[in-house]
Every structure is written in C-alpha cells, then in structure tokens.
Design a protein. Structure first.
Length: 129
C-alpha cells in the first residue's frame, strides 16, 4: 500500500499523463529511476488516457534509456495476475514494449490466459520477437 506521499506522486503523474503531458513525466523518470517502481500502480488507473500515456512513455523511454526501463518489470509482474483482463492486457503491453528477453519470458505464461484477447496479444507479441 503506497504511503501518502507516494499516493500524491501517483496522482500527479496520472493526472499529467491523462492531460497528455508525457514529456513532463518522461523528464521525471529520467531524473529519478526509482519512479519505474510506480509503473504497476499507474497501470491500475481506470482512466484509459493514463494507461495510454504509460504506453507512450515507455515507447519513448525504451528508445532512449533501454537499460532503465527494465526497472519497471518487478512492478508489472503482479498486474499479470490480476482478475481484471484489461489490467493484464496493459501489463502485457508494457512488457512487450520493454521487449527484453526477461520481459518477454513473463508474457509467455499468458499464452493460456482465459481471456481470448490476451491470448491473441501474447501470440502476436511472441511471433514478432
């Protein structure tokens, strides 16, 4: 459970992502790599624009800081076990963007996910890798 300060930071990051200010959040992540640990909590946000902002953020960070984006992997793993299919799908998407062998290895078990869309996502990702 995040503490009050961390919850406030999550709110600020999520609100900025929702407003489309990905560049501001990217600057924060570049300044403080510990923010990758918040990735899982940010994916739990019910606002689609926040989750889309995370995908854009990770696409850009993967291009310029591939050695750092792997720091998000531990925070994303619990989301892969969520009951809610869209949450699992969002985690699969970010792991696919990270696209390291470690990230892709965590996607493989979802090839048998009960949700057909997730199975399809995983199959497409693994076929491309």
């Amino acid at each position: 459970m995040p503490d009050k300060e961390q919850e406030e930071l999550l709110t600020v990051i999520a609100d900025f992502l929702e407003m489309g200010h990905v560049e501001n959040i990217m600057a924060m992540f570049k300044q403080d790599a510990s923010l990758y640990a918040l990735s899982g909590e940010l994916l739990r946000d019910e606002r689609f624009m926040v989750r889309m902002g995370m995908a854009v953020l990770f696409e850009e960070l993967t291009a310029i800081r591939p050695q750092e984006v792997v720091l998000a992997i531990p925070a994303l793993l619990p989301i892969l076990g969520e009951e809610t299919p869209w949450m699992r799908g969002e985690a699969v998407n970010l792991l696919a963007i990270i696209s390291t062998p470690e990230a892709l290895a965590h996607i493989k078990p979802l090839a048998d996910d009960p949700e057909p869309q997730i199975r399809e996502m995983v199959a497409d990702i693994l076929a491309e890798s």
